[in-house]
Design a protein around this ligand. Structure first.
Ligand SMILES: Cc1cc2nc3c(=O)[nH]c(=O)nc-3n(C[C@H](O)[C@H](O)[C@H](O)COP(=O)(O)OP(=O)(O)OC[C@H]3O[C@@H](n4cnc5c(N)ncnc54)[C@H](O)[C@@H]3O)c2cc1C
Length: 248
């Protein structure tokens, strides 16, 4: 339950506020406005002008409070990323959910988190001493509770000099994925495959030069992926097929 609402006008003020106990940054508020027994305060980030999206060289810089829909509507966005954002949430949710809030609230079934990890997105954090830190998304997601203590995500940087693909298998086109795969290739040959559909964070299956052995890497990454939705054996087969489909 939200007991106190702050809407700071500066990043410094916001960082001072989130240093207080039980005080959380609020993006779109979809998760934070749900019923909870815990009493907590929120710091709404909407007045901080952190919602810009701009291309700098071969990087797309996305402000933390940009909505999923604003990112989806960005000119020249890769089709793979558009597909993952559309699979993440319906239009109403996309209009409210922020990119940072979605990543922090994500689990292994989030198409957006899977795609961001395949793109090896860089996350910019600001701490309560106003110091900036850059961290790759794959280092943040599994440890997000620890890494985000008294810190704000201010920006997500996505490389644009890549080719990428997103494929998934679900019970229906709009349902959560049982297995999803995102693949990115850089012009120098670096190939990065990330799988999702289970667990608390996406799984990095491959990051190396070229795509040799991609099916084996996909199977290996899903070796313990059994849950109520599917067995690991089924996911291993599907993951290998989706990896090939992404490559094609
Ligand atoms: C009941 C429920 C129903 C949902 N339904 C759907 C659905 O139908 N479709 C769907 O796709 N998703 C759904 N979601 C998930 C939802 O998409 C995500 O919770 C949402 O994308 C989060 O974005 P937000 O900006 O609203 O985050 P918020 O609710 O504002 O924040 C989520 C988390 O991120 C943290 N955070 C936010 N911004 C920052 C920042 N800049 N730096 C550090 N931490 C930050 C917050 O403190 C909080 O811990 C649902 C979630 C819940 C709880």
């Amino acid at each position: 339950m939200i007991t106190t609402y702050h809407r700071p006008k500066t990043l410094t003020e916001a960082l001072t506020l989130i240093a207080q106990p039980k005080t959380y940054p609020l993006g779109g508020g979809i998760q934070l406005s749900q019923f909870s027994d815990e009493a907590f305060k929120v710091v709404d980030l909407q007045a901080l002008a952190l919602n810009g999206i701009s291309k700098k060289g071969s990087t797309l810089e996305v402000g933390a409070t940009a909505t999923l829909q604003a990112l989806l509507e960005t000119p020249d966005l890769p089709d793979s990323l558009k597909k993952a954002i559309q699979h993440e949430a319906s239009l109403n949710t996309r209009n409210t959910a922020t990119v940072a809030g979605t990543l922090v609230a994500s689990d292994g079934r989030s198409p957006f988190a899977v795609m961001m990890m395949a793109l090896d997105a860089k996350i910019t954090l600001r701490d309560t001493n106003n110091e900036e830190e850059n961290i790759q998304i794959g280092d943040l997601l599994p440890l997000r509770e620890e890494k985000l203590q008294k810190k704000l995500i201010t920006q997500i940087s996505i490389p644009t000099n890549t080719k990428s693909a997103y494929e998934y298998v679900a019970r229906t086109p709009a349902d959560k994925a049982i297995v999803c795969a995102a693949l990115t290739q850089w012009s120098a040959g670096r190939t990065r495959l990330v799988l999702g559909g289970w667990s608390t964070s996406p799984a990095l299956a491959m990051d190396g030069k070229g795509a040799e052995g991609i099916e084996a890497a996909a199977k290996n990454a899903a070796h313990d992926a059994t849950d109520a939705w599917a067995s690991a054996e089924y996911r291993q087969d599907v993951a290998a097929t989706l990896a090939q489909r992404c490559l094609a």
